[in-house]
Design a protein around this ligand. Structure first.
Ligand code: S3P
Length: 442
């Protein structure tokens, strides 16, 4: 579906509550499926990716009840398979577009006989799975192909623990190994080159499994075997979705918006530090924590005269999904913004590094990707363009903001990709007074 987004001529104003956090929604559903007993999950993101995880755990034998709830979220009741383990379905499990579903499930299924076959859409079938299957195989699981892409068939059983030095800062890799460690006798430990999002480390203890952590070496571990116990989770708002609303407000003159109930986990909100360095007026108002995660409201005011910044590689894991939208904002700042160590963007839902450079060029912005470094020259105005989402939700929303905050309409092809993480994106913009489809001139 093509979506034309027109320049916004009046400020964005008001309060909005973004949908539930995608990473936490996946984990809450999956951990509840692993647990003994029935968990009640509230505020779960209603999106294609999370529905892939819900359908997967249901196919594997968890009893799930899904009820649409306030604000477009889902209430999900999950009676887990617990110590009985997952039951191999007679059909492949379709992970859709969701890398988190596929990689976390590979970790879970590694500890059971199976066989289990995972498939995914075209984009997911291009993404590397060896980063989880190779270390999981050293624990005793078997995968066909051993180091390849979906479809993958997994089979395993009780595993051996490992201490693994991950070459990538990836929460998906870390979580897959920790979940496999629940089926190993002894300590399974993962060390990362930089700290990736730590939702698993925070949420597993709520389900009754202690997670050890050593900040100095960026290591975490579980002592297996261990079984989870049901727990009720309320999922807070997704900071990655909030980042799109925030950048929308920063691009549209005169805007002032409040984004309520956003998860403020430090391993997720690196974009706030970047916005601050760029001179953006963003205020964080902490609220009472929701379960294992800090939460608060963000107030964002349009700020003229933003300045370029450098995002060092250490900061990247905390804003990995926000690079496309930060690159768009950087195009409006004074000076050249550098994003260092962003090679991982090449293996996301699309090759985001190439897509950012090409998309910005189409809008009239100069950007370069050299090795793992992305540079965006600022002080640009966005011109008319037709850009494909490449079936990548974060690109669909980034290019929509180029239209909303630019000088000319932008057409986004295959805009329906937003269903993956933020189906109500345009509705939330409209609630703030935007007329993304063009204002009616009286
Ligand atoms: C996620 C981890 C990140 C992130 C993805 C969600 C997660 O991927 O980009 O959107 O929920 O664990 P990597 O683990 O591959 O960095």
């Amino acid at each position: 579906m093509d979506q034309v987004i027109h320049p916004q001529v009046t400020p964005l104003a008001g309060r909005v509550r973004v949908p539930g956090d995608k990473s936490l929604s996946h984990r809450a559903v999956l951990f509840a499926a692993l647990a003994e007993g029935t968990s009640h999950l509230a505020g779960v993101l209603d999106s294609a990716d999370v529905r892939s995880t819900i359908a997967a755990v249901t196919a594997l034998g968890a009893a799930t009840r899904v009820t649409p709830a306030a604000g477009g979220s889902l209430s999900v009741t999950v009676a887990g398979w617990g110590a009985r383990g997952p039951v191999p379905p007679s059909f492949p499990i379709d992970c859709g577009n969701s890398g988190t579903t596929a990689r976390l499930l590979l970790g879970v299924l590694a500890g059971w006989p199976g066989p289990f076959t995972l498939t995914g859409d075209e984009s997911l079938s291009r993404r590397p799975m060896g980063r989880v299957t190779v270390p999981l195989a050293t624990m005793g699981a078997a995968f066909t192909p051993a180091d390849g892409t979906l479809p993958i068939t997994a089979s395993g059983g009780p595993l051996h623990p490992i201490a693994y030095d991950s070459p990538v800062a990836s929460a998906q890799v870390k979580t897959a190994l920790l979940l496999a460690g629940l089926r190993a006798e002894g300590r399974t430990l993962v060390r990362e080159p930089a700290l990736s999002r730590d939702h698993t480390e925070r949420l597993l203890p709520a389900f009754g499994v202690a997670v050890g952590r050593d900040e100095a070496t960026r290591a975490c571990w579980v002592d297996g075997p261990a079984t989870l116990v049901a727990y009720d989770v309320t999922v807070p708002g997704d900071p990655s979705s909030a980042a799109f609303i925030a950048v929308g407000a920063l691009l549209v003159e005169g805007s002032e918006v409040v984004i309520e109930g956003v998860a403020l986990n430090p391993t997720r909100v690196g974009f706030l530090a970047v916005l601050e360095r760029m001179g953006a007026q963003v205020t964080v108002t902490p609220a009472a924590a929701e379960g294992s995660e800090p939460v608060g409201d963000l107030t964002v005011r349009h700020t003229p005269g933003l300045i370029a910044t450098t995002v060092p590689a250490e900061e990247v894991p905390s804003l990995i999904d926000e690079v496309p939208v930060l690159a768009l904002l950087a195009a409006r700042a004074e000076g050249t913004t550098r994003f260092e160590g962003v090679g991982e963007l090449r293996v996301k839902e699309s090759d985001r590094l190439a897509a950012i450079v090409e998309g910005l060029a189409a809008l009239g912005v100069t950007a370069r990707a050299t090795g793992d470094v992305l540079e965006v020259d600022g002080a640009a105005e966005f011109g008319a363009a037709t850009l494909s989402s490449l079936d990548d939700h974060r690109l669909a929303m980034t290019w929509a903001l180029a239209g909303l905050g630019g000088a000319a309409p932008v057409t986004i092809e295959r805009f329906e990709a937003v269903e993956v993480s933020y189906p109500r994106f345009l509705d939330d913009l409209r609630a703030l007074g935007a007329a993304p489809g063009g204002a009616t001139v009286l």
